[in-house]
Every structure is written in C-alpha cells, then in structure tokens.
Design a binder for this molecule. Structure first.
Ligand code: NAP
Length: 610
C-alpha cells in the first residue's frame, strides 16, 4: 500500500500552512514542566495507586547482579542472566511489582500500538499466543508477570524501592547500593534498565495546585475516583465533568471509556495527532498452528527490516507502521535520481499520507468545525503517529467536546481550566500530558547518583552528552551495564522489545564470558570508548533543517532542534542501523575475547572489605 500521490497540490500553500500551525504552538513556556521528584506539593501524582506499600526491614547483603527496573528491559536482562548461569539476581523498582510502563499505565483503553506478536516478549518460551492483534495493557502486564514467575525474578526483588546512590567500591570490586528504604547492599554487576519514558510529566500551568477537584496523571489512574478497573466501565463518573489534557498516544485511548461514563468530557488538544487506522482483531484461531521455532524473532526482524527500508518477501505485520512510517522514513530513491527530485518525491509522499489522515478526520467527525480543528498540519514524522478507530468518532457524541488550545492552557482555577478566556468548570482533570522525552539524559532518567571510579559521577561524565562503548558500557563505571535506549549511542527501534531482546542477550552473554574467564572486574578501555564515540559522531545526520519545519514536539526538542546533541546519535546515523549493530555485538560476543575491555581477575572479595 502506498499513498496516492497528488501532484497537483499547491506545495507553497501547504508549507505555509504547516509553518503557520507550527508558529501558533511555538509559545514561550510550552515545554515547562513541574519537577515532580522535588516538589512536595505534587508528590501525590507519583504515588502508587495500585499496590499497598508494605513495611520491611532494610537489606544489607551482597548479591551478584542488581537490575534497576522491572519492566521489559530489566526482566529480559534477568532472564538472560539466569540462562547464562547467574543465580543471584535482585530487581529493584519504584513500582509495587514488575511490568515497568505496563505496571504504571493502567488507564482505561490502554493498548500497545505495536503488534502483540512482536511486542510481547518470549511468546515462544512461554507458549503464549496473544488474544488480539494489539494487546491491552492488562494482557501485557499479565504476560510480564508470568515471565518473572517462570524465571523466579521476584524472589530477591525490592519493590516500592528507589535507589538513591550506587557507588563503585574499588577495593571490594563491588557496587554499593543505597535506597530510600534504608537498604545498603553490594553487588558485583549493576544493570540500569530504567526505561526511557519513565518520568511522567505534569505541565507547569499557572494555578495547577489550586484545583479543588480530582486530578491525576494517566500513568497513575485513580480508579478509586472514577470507579471501574482497566477494561471495565468507569462506574463512578455518572454526572461528572472531566477534562482530559493531551491527545497523544495515551490521551486518544482514554476518550471513549471516559465518554461512556461521564456526563461531559472536554478533550483539551494542543496539537492534533495524525491518527491512522487501528484495525484490531482477535487472533486467528489458526495463528499458532503453523508457527516454526524462531518465528517470533523472524517476525520482529521482518518488521524492523521494513522499518529500516530493506526489502522483504512478505510484510508479516502489515500495519500502518510498515506502510506509512516505513515509507516516510525511507523514501524511495531511484537510481540516478537527483537530491532535488528525491526530496520533492519524499515531500509528495508525505503530503499524500497526511491528506489521508486529514481525510479520515473529515470522514469520521460530523461537525465540520471540530473536524477542522482535529486535522494534523505537519509532516508525518514530525510527531509520533497514533492509531485508533474510536477516538475520532467519539466527537460525534453529545457529551464530548474538543477544546483546541494551540497556544496551551492559560491557567487552572479552583474549578477548572481557562482556555482563550473561557473557563471550563470540571470535577476532574486527567493529565494525559505524557513523559519526559526519550532523549532525557540517562543520568536524569536513573534518578540516582551513580558514582564510578575516583568519585566521578555519571552526571559529571555524561554532562556534555553520552560517552559509551556500544551504548551500554562506559569507562570509569566498572561492571556496569545500561540497557540500550534512544539517545544513548545505541540504536532506536519502533518495536522497543526487539532492542531489549538484544541488550539482554549482550548482558547475559558478556557476564557468562567474564565468569568463565575468571574476570571479576571489567572496565572499558579509553581507546575503545573514544573509537565508539567517534563512530557515532561520524555517522550523525544533522536533521535540524527538517526538524525546524516541524510543529514543536519532543522529537524536535519542542521546537529547538538546534539544541540536539550529536553525542546522542545512534550507531549508523539517524535512528541507527539495528542489524549492523546486532551483527557487531554478536561478532564481539562470539569472539569471546572482550576486545575493548580492561579485565581484572581478583581473589573473590564477597562483601568483606571496603
Ligand atoms: P505525548 O505523546 O507526549 O502526548 C502528551 C500530550 O499532552 C500531547 O497531546 C501534548 O500536546 C499534551 N500536552 C503536554 N503538555 C501540555 C500543556 N502544557 N498544555 C496542553 N497540552 C499539553 O505523551 P503520551 O500520549 O503519553 O505518549 C508518550 C509515548 O508513550 C508515545 O509516544 C509512545 O511512545 C508511548 N505510548 C504508546 C502507546 C501505545 O502504544 N498505544 C500508548 C501511550 C503511550 P502537544 O502535542 O502539543 O505537545
């Protein structure tokens, strides 16, 4: 499927419209957010509504591996470590259980936009076939819990626990970890698997703390207030007026369940999303019958090959990612085509795809004024695309109103929101306002002080940008692994699970090599790290020109693309070359000589001295 190419459209007018729409949103303070971790007034927005916190005694022991983060990344790292012979593993998480993003995000309507058969990890190992083409959050969480159970990853875990400091103890050859629950223990290896959309974001809107009604973020849905449970009707919203702030991938999923329960829903939209077809359906009963061993990895590879513009015999996933996103990310370049023609062709393709999206709004939304305000006017890759079949038709319901606010919300009062001088009185505000961007530096995402050799912190070392080997190791931080993530000198994949599978394999196999070789401490050599960083810089593609034409979003640093740091680039440039990266890591693992690492064998020093 490729979009129809209308050659007769007025390019100058379209560009001018895109620019005008962008400019409406480029207002001072648009990206201002509250510092939730250090402002007591908002602490309740971070509290866990799902699991009661239990008292426990502080832990003071010595373990082989600590993994910070019990989401997909941390769990897969745990599985691989287990498979490669590590018995002693401790997962630590702020949450009250495993699941990471799927632990916290339980809002009504939650569903993953990446096909379940490639997103839900270890389907073959667990003999599980997802119920639908796109899985609900609840199904994914249940699956991750089963993985943890199968590999006994909760046994030694510390939940509702935040690490405050992790310090490398040179003499002991251990990391010393302290937490907000009074723990102080040691670990030979330290794995950071904290995720990359892990810091929820509350906009700094004047008056936000004055509101007297209920208010919560979608990543901490308050079912006590709304009634119901994930996947069930919100039984307590009868007669209530609700404002939902945000129309990103999260916000659009909540609208229908809110509309079915509340008296009135105001959907507060700053920038319209491009909302493509969802096309969910139950898994074909025959799906599991003809699957060959290795089918899931092959399907993930098939998806990623398409996303990176490689030819495939068959498009197995066959969704809008593999058509629209893949096409716009890798516009065709015929042999001999000039750059000018290539760019023109790419722009036309993009226009066709965006017209399809705007046409969809017109087809599905009855009120012309509302439809007009819901149309996305920017190039497809300027914002993360969305997919949904119920969001747009919800605006035909009598109790759902769109409140467009390109320049943002003026203020929040005791009783509601003020937008363009009009006060909308509500009983409840739901913040679907998202998360700090993927490119939030690791040292902020980890939320702890990581102190390496000679007292140098990760914050100090990565202050000007990441400095790594493979995007997973960093000199001066011995025995430390970081799961690969965007902005970290690794690669970016649309299906994060595929990258997590690779990162986990790297960690598990590396630890096995080190153990078999009698190595107790490794560090990255200065040469290997500077060589990797140089490769990242050499491959960096400066996309400032394109990004500055985009509507502001987290993908262009909220309208400041020139502030993007080449050190946050990916292996291979752009989003990175996943397959080259995987080949390189696997060759390194197969060689088994840990090239680029400095290795030390020491007599074991389990928890005895400092
Ligand atoms: P998001 O994409 O960052 O969207 C946040 C929304 O809040 C945007 O509509 C944003 O408007 C709005 N907003 C933020 N600050 C505002 C302010 N001051 N005033 C008015 N509106 C404001 O966050 P998200 O929807 O939670 O999604 C985050 C990411 O999580 C996604 O990109 C995706 O990677 C992942 N996700 C995936 C799924 C899925 O697979 N179905 C679901 C949810 C999330 P602007 O657009 O104008 O900034």
């Amino acid at each position: 499927m490729s979009a129809e190419l209308p050659n007769d459209y007025d390019k100058a007018a379209v560009r001018a419209r895109y620019e005008a729409e962008r400019d409406k949103r480029l207002v001072p303070g648009r990206a201002d957010i509250l510092d939730l971790r250090h402002d007591e007034r908002f602490a309740r927005y971070l509290a866990d509504p799902f699991t009661e916190m239990e008292d426990r005694d502080p832990v003071t022991d010595d373990t082989e591996v600590v993994i910070v983060g019990g989401g997909i990344g941390g769990l897969l790292a745990g599985v691989q470590l287990r498979e490669h012979g590590v018995a002693d593993i401790r997962i630590i998480d702020h949450a009250g259980g495993v699941g990471g993003t799927w632990y916290w995000n339980r809002y009504p309507g939650i569903m993953c936009d990446v096909e379940s058969y490639i997103y839900m990890p270890m389907l073959e190992e667990l003999g599980y076939i997802p119920k639908d083409r796109y899985a609900t959050g609840g199904e994914i969480l249940g699956h991750l819990q089963r993985i943890a159970e199968r590999y006994d990853l909760e046994r030694n875990a510390l939940f509702h626990t935040g690490v405050t400091d992790a310090t490398w103890l040179e003499d002991a050859g251990r990391w010393e970890v302290t937490t907000d629950r009074g723990d102080r223990f040691r670990s030979r290896y330290y794995v950071l698997a904290v995720g990359f959309l892990n810091l929820l974001k509350l906009p700094d809107i004047p008056g936000i703390d004055e509101f007297r009604g209920a208010a919560f973020h979608t990543a901490r849905w308050d079912y006590d207030y709304t009634g119901g449970a994930p996947g069930e009707p919100l039984t307590k919203l009868d007669g209530k007026r609700v404002a939902l702030i945000g129309t990103g991938a999260t916000g659009i999923q909540c609208v229908k369940p809110l509309a079915e329960a509340a008296e009135q829903v105001y959907v507060v939209q700053r920038t319209p999303s491009a909302i493509g077809v969802r096309g969910n359906r139950p898994t074909d009963p025959g799906f599991g019958e003809n699957l060959e061993p290795g089918w899931q990895q092959a399907r993930m590879d098939n998806f990623e090959l398409i996303m990176s513009g490689n030819p495939v015999e068959e498009n197995l996933v066959d969704d809008a990612w593999t058509h629209h996103f893949a096409l716009v990310s890798n516009p065709p370049r015929e042999p001999g085509m000039s750059t000018k023609d290539f760019l023109r062709n790419a722009e036309e393709l993009d226009f066709g795809i965006m017209e399809e999206h705007r046409g969809r709004v017109e087809d599905l939304v009855e009120d012309p004024e509302t439809a007009e305000a819901l149309k996305p006017w920017y190039r497809y890759r300027c914002k993360r695309p969305c997919f949904h079949d119920d969001f747009l038709p919800a605006f035909n319901l009598p109790n759902v109103d769109l409140v467009a606010c390109p320049a943002g919300i003026e203020r929040i009062t005791e009783d509601g929101l003020v937008i363009e001088g009009i006060e909308y009185e509500v009983d409840c505000i739901v913040f679907g306002s998202g998360f700090e961007p993927e490119f939030t530096p690791l040292q902020r995402r980890v939320g702890q002080e990581v102190v390496g050799r000679d007292g140098v912190t990760l914050d100090q070392k990565w202050g000007d940008g990441p400095s790594s080997l493979f995007g997973m190791l960093s000199r001066g931080f011995p025995n430390l692994f970081v799961m690969p993530a965007p902005g970290q000198q690794a690669v970016i994949t649309v299906n994060y699970t595929e990258l997590a599978v690779l990162g986990a394999e790297f960690i598990g196999r590396t630890v096995e090599i080190l153990r078999k070789g009698g190595v107790s401490v490794f560090d990255v050599s200065a040469e290997a790290e500077s060589d990797w960083v140089q490769q990242i810089l050499d491959a960096y593609v400066d996309a400032t020109a394109f990004l500055s034409t985009c509507t502001p979003s987290r993908l262009n640093n909220e309208g400041n693309p020139e502030g993007m740091n080449p050190l946050t680039g990916s292996y291979g440039g752009g989003r990175g070359d996943f397959f080259a990266y995987r080949d390189l890591l696997r060759e390194w693992l197969d060689a088994g000589d840990c090239e680029g690492l400095e290795l030390e064998a020491r007599p074991d020093t389990t928890g005895d001295d400092t």
